[in-house]
Design a binder for this molecule. Structure first.
Ligand code: SF4
Length: 357
């Protein structure tokens, strides 16, 4: 009887240190662990991902895409800690995009400005207004709440590269976590977007473009980042409101589906990522050829990059001009009928919704 009660008492201790009471069950491993051990394994796992994938070299300048949301805030905090602790030798910066969304981005940027002071990281903000002459508020006024995320996603991608160029950084890191990546794998399968499917699980992308992008949280579960675990324990200062223009129901369904799978089988998230990693494209599949935009010089597989096409539509009062799949040289902007064996070049870039960049 005494032995039985001792055993029951022991099972309530952290399964890593066997000293303290557990405060959470890790979704990835189902281990019940204490707060101190959680900090340690959380940070150590990210360090191992960085080292094993050789994400950085000493002396590099690295911009952290910072939206003020939980993922990028935790990323900024952890990366500055690891940089100090393990002597990575990185020069870190915060890079924020101001899409011009009143009541959302203006508030979240205030959080990033506080993070600048809290973590001692210089901050660069680039705005859609300065780069394109349009804010998202203006765009939504013109086009309504349909396709607004397409404009925003395409503009953000370029804006991040332009901001990174201003900072003269060697790399850009984003706070995409394991849930985001699993969701993107699923969405690319549902859309038949083979080109994106083949690269969405890469931990580093854009090595042939202006600035490579890395995802140090590739294997980090969202549950461990969100407030009731890491961010809550560490009391990090982050912004948790969703964008007021977030209508992305399709992504929302995919997200819910992943969450349902995770409830039944927590490893499902890592397994979906693994499926994406092991995916191989048939050599007969035609892939888009990478070139540069004739107008602005940005990377593009068409005559004009998507941002220039969308911008032209806005400036001409024809905002639907760039929506859909362009055919050939994107001068006529007619809708393309997908041919068997060809790759759909979806214009929808990774949209944020509740995601951090
Ligand atoms: Fe832009 Fe994201 Fe808002 Fe869509 S949900 S408008 S992509 S900030």
């Amino acid at each position: 009887m005494e032995a039985k009660s001792k055993k029951a008492g022991a099972s309530r201790l952290c399964c890593l240190c066997n000293l303290r009471r557990p405060v959470l069950k890790r979704p990835k491993t189902l281990q019940q662990i204490c707060r101190e051990c959680f900090y340690e394994v959380f940070e150590e796992e990210i360090h191992q991902v960085i080292v094993q994938n050789r994400l950085f070299k000493s002396g590099e300048r690295v911009a952290i895409g910072a939206s003020g949301g939980k993922d990028s805030t935790v990323l900024a905090y952890v990366l500055s800690e690891l940089n100090r602790r393990h002597n990575y030798g990185l020069d870190l910066f915060l890079l924020s995009i101001d899409e011009g969304i009143t009541g959302y981005r203006d508030d979240s940027l205030e959080t990033v400005k506080r993070n600048e002071v809290q973590y001692g990281l210089p901050l660069q903000i680039v705005s859609y207004k300065d780069l394109y002459g349009w804010t998202m508020d203006d765009i939504v006024k013109m086009i309504g709440l349909k396709n607004n995320c397409t404009f925003c996603g395409v503009f953000r991608r370029q804006a991040l590269d332009r901001g990174a160029a201003l900072l003269k950084v060697d790399k850009l890191v984003t706070g995409h976590n394991a849930d985001d990546i699993a969701e993107t794998v699923l969405l690319n399968i549902l859309r038949g977007d083979i080109a994106r499917l083949s690269r969405c699980t890469s931990i580093t992308t854009g090595e042939d473009g202006p600035i490579p992008r890395c995802k140090p949280f590739k294997y980090t579960y969202e549950k461990e980042i969100i407030f009731y675990t890491y961010a809550y324990f560490k009391k990090l200062d982050y912004f948790s409101t969703e964008c007021i223009y977030s209508p992305n129901a399709y992504r929302g369904f995919a997200r819910e589906f992943i969450k349902d799978l995770e409830r039944i089988r927590p490893r499902a998230i890592l397994d979906i990522i693994k499926s994406g990693e092991d995916f191989r494209i048939a050599t007969t599949t035609k892939m888009p050829e990478q070139g540069t935009c004739e107008r602005c010089g940005y990377i593009s597989s068409q005559k004009w990059c998507k941002a220039c096409v969308l911008l032209e539509g806005l400036n001409r009062g024809l905002p639907k001009m760039g929506i859909g799949r362009p055919r050939g040289v994107n001068g006529d902007h007619k809708m393309e009928t997908k041919k068997p064996g060809s790759v759909a070049k979806s214009i929808e870039s990774k949209q944020c919704g509740s995601l951090d960049f």
